[in-house]
Write a protein that binds this ligand. Structure first.
Ligand code: CA
Length: 432
């Protein structure tokens, strides 16, 4: 930890000092925005965006390289920068935005109100991989699909994942059209094709690869955390009726590749340092991870004290002016596998991870009721519908339903930092 994490730091951007802001001066997440003109990279501070490349002259040394790289329409070049340069940039920006900065006049001209900006996908993502790192989610879902055998025997040995689809990653706020697909609702009838009747969300944490690895080289577990550029929220929209018919023997395919929403702000590896906690506590009779997934440092500080909340807003709630209903709260510290273990495992066979690749954790669920990160778990596959404040109930998502994910890091003695929102609304068809 360093001066940029100091909870006493204040900014001359007043909105950043509001205790409820996701983007205090201790956060400084990167994103891609436009306001009428070209897309470019910026940094969130309070309710403003620093248009970094417009004030590149305010930075020196390695930090200036990053400021210039912010003129690109995606964060890939910034993500490829060394951790030393990224750290220098963070220190200089923190100092420029702090309340006693002499450079306020220069920087003030480069502030864009977030409300006037359009936020885009943060990176050009070459490959997207989705893990399954919550043992609570895996057990709950396993019970529904295989009551006699909920947790498969490999789960505690292998970080399970599948290769997702980068082409259908969409930014927060974009609509999600209900997918059609093949389902087999009744053993007595033949399979059919049509709109999914089991559309669901999955609340997940995403992490972007910064430093790549060469084809054929693994990433040692103790170096894995340093290959992560930063963290975002991901909604892995899932069609459960399509999934249950197609998932054996090769795992999910069309049930999960029609749309995945990504939040706009990427909270950096350095910003989350104060919120590192021990990895999942493995009971004595759980297997110890194999050596390539095992590290004292990761056991001590591989977990993250990150809270994920899920809200729903139906058409009726929107029309009646009702607030979104919170349907779950879970902690990322309950994940069975750490982000370093997921990344090290991914590269362990020699698969090259490239700058800008997106890895996601899998649904973040906890051990108790109210901590389940998807409707499949909450409603027991539709058997116990969810009751909403509007008097409605849900087994799965209806057209018009909006799902909003929020995430924040909070710990005594630290400034709370947030991830912003990851939201999307279900529609019957895309409009164009
Ligand atoms: Ca998922």
């Amino acid at each position: 930890m360093n001066d940029t994490h100091n909870p006493a730091l204040r900014s001359w951007v007043e909105s950043a000092n509001d205790a409820s802001s996701d983007f205090p001066i201790q956060n400084l997440p990167f994103g891609v925005f436009s306001n009428g003109g070209e897309r470019r990279c910026g940094v969130a501070i309070g309710d403003r965006i620093v248009d970094v490349s417009a004030v590149a002259d305010s930075f020196t040394g390695g930090a200036a390289d990053i400021a210039r790289a912010c003129s690109a329409p995606v964060l890939n070049s910034v993500m490829a920068e060394s951790n030393a340069n990224l750290s220098e940039f963070r220190a200089q920006l923190s100092s420029l935005l702090s309340s006693d900065s002499a450079s306020r006049t220069a920087l003030e001209k480069a502030l864009v109100p977030m409300a006037d900006a359009t936020l885009h996908l943060p990176a050009d993502v070459g490959d997207y991989t989705d893990f399954y790192a919550s043992i609570y989610h895996a057990t709950n879902v396993g019970k529904l699909f295989r009551p006699d055998n909920p947790l498969l025997p490999n789960y505690k040995h292998v970080p399970i994942g599948y290769h997702g689809r980068a082409s259908s990653l969409i930014p927060t706020g974009a609509e999600i059209a209900r997918p059609s697909g093949q389902t087999h609702p009744s053993e007595k009838d033949p399979p059919k094709f049509g709109p999914s009747a089991g559309l669901d969300y999955e609340a997940e944490v995403g992490f972007f690869v910064g430093t790549p690895n060469r084809l054929g080289t693994a990433i040692p577990i103790d170096e894995a955390a340093n290959h992560i550029f930063g963290f975002c929220l991901v909604n892995d929209w899932s069609a459960r009726d399509i999934q249950s018919w197609e998932y054996q023997p090769l795992g999910p395919f069309l049930a999960k590749n029609f749309a995945t929403t990504v939040s706009p702000w990427v909270v950096t590896r350095e910003a989350i340092e104060p919120f590192r906690v021990p990895a999942f506590f493995r009971p004595a009779d759980d297997p110890k991870p194999l050596p390539y997934l095992s590290s004292e440092e990761d056991e001590k500080a591989g977990g993250l004290d990150l809270t994920i909340e899920v809200f729903i807003r139906t058409s009726i709630m929107r029309e009646g002016g009702l607030r979104p209903t919170r349907i779950s709260v879970a902690s990322f510290s309950d994940m069975y596998w750490t982000t370093a273990q997921m990344l090290a495992h991914h590269a362990s066979g020699g698969c090259n991870l490239r700058t800008g690749d997106l890895l996601a954790s899998g649904t973040v669920s906890g051990p108790e009721e109210g901590m389940q990160g998807c409707l499949l778990e909450i409603t027991r596959r539709g058997a116990n519908p969810l009751q909403l404040s509007s008097g409605e109930e849900r087994k799965f998502l209806h057209d018009g339903d909006e799902i909003i994910l929020r995430g924040y890091f909070e710990r005594d003695g630290c400034a709370r930092i947030g991830m912003g929102e990851c939201s999307g609304r279900v529609v019957a068809h895309y409009s164009s």
